[in-house]
Design a protein around this ligand. Structure first.
Ligand code: KIV
Length: 292
């Protein structure tokens, strides 16, 4: 009698495909453009490992940001400054493997960590190449006008770029803390930088802790660069939250712009689904509650 074939099922978490691959189109830049054109909000969550990435994919999250916020939520650091390129590559690889295991479709963004793109476009290219080889579809970098040359350099070489303005955590010490950016005079600089980044070819722009009215105006002014807000109100093209915060996995008080989507849900999958639903139908964020 023949032995039964081995199943290779792992006892440490199961990752079956969320749905047959044929019914799910991979998220790509053209698909993100289509979503924007029809006014569909883009959903983004951070994830740092295979299982959470697979669950986010199954929940219908459009884009996963492997953020350098992993310095705080995974490594116990007090800021993102200590995160290295090797750390980022490790986590991007883990996330991408998780998505591949479930034949997922999510767009993956790898964050360029502190000090890996600041010297020159060439240095940025080497760092971006490492993240792309780890499996990212796009890289994200923080900063205003001084990054435009680098963004153009990467985009010309075929690397999709997400910019990041407003509260940029890698420069938290220079900014004097985690506080709202783009109020008063500084709105003019932020607006100028956002336009320059779009002109340089950035196709996404995270706006963090930026007044809701300014973010909504910028979104109108940037047709080819999709604004993704975090603490930036509901007028952006999409939203992002740090996964641990939106699941209530912390001991302190969440920032004002976070909703705990685990409340009232029985599973992480359902909490992520609730987040996707709330962003898509416009019920999250609520400007009066989550924005400035
Ligand atoms: O690193 C990160 O997770 C981020 C988000 C907070 C936007 O940059």
């Amino acid at each position: 009698m023949m032995d039964k074939p081995e199943t290779h099922a792992s006892p440490y978490g199961t990752l079956p495909p969320a749905s047959p691959p044929a019914s799910r189109k991979p998220v790509s830049l053209p698909r993100l453009n289509e979503m924007r054109a029809r006014g569909e909000k883009i959903t983004m969550l951070t994830a740092y490992d295979a299982t959470f990435a697979a669950v986010a994919d199954a929940a219908g999250v459009d884009s996963i940001l492997v953020g350098d916020s992993l310095g705080m939520v995974c490594q116990g650091l007090t800021s993102t400054v200590g995160v290295t390129l090797a750390d980022m590559c490790y986590h991007v690889q883990s996330v991408v493997r998780g998505i591949q295991r479930v034949q997922g479709t999510t767009w993956v963004i790898g964050d360029m960590p502190y000090g890996t793109y600041h010297e020159s476009p060439e240095q940025a290219m080497r760092s971006a190449a490492a993240l792309m080889q780890a499996g990212a579809h796009m890289v994200k970098l923080e900063g205003g006008g001084w990054t435009t040359e680098t963004v153009r350099f990467l985009v010309e070489r075929g690397i999709p770029v997400c910019a990041h303005l407003g509260l940029t955590p890698q420069t938290v010490h220079a900014l004097g803390g985690y506080r709202v950016q783009g109020r008063g005079e500084s709105a003019t600089v932020l607006r100028r930088d956002a336009r320059a980044l779009q002109d340089a070819g950035a196709t996404m722009l995270v706006l963090e802790m930026v007044p809701a009215a300014l973010s909504a105006e910028l979104t109108q002014e940037l047709p080819t660069c999709h604004t993704i807000g975090i603490g930036a109100g509901n007028g952006t093209a999409g939203q992002v939250l740090v996964m641990h915060d939106m699941l209530g996995i912390n001991l302190g008080k969440n920032p004002k712009f976070v909703r705990n989507f685990m409340q009232g849900q029985g599973s992480v999958l359902d909490a992520m689904r609730a987040y996707v639903q709330a962003v898509k139908d416009g019920s999250f964020p609520v400007n009066a509650e989550h924005a400035w």
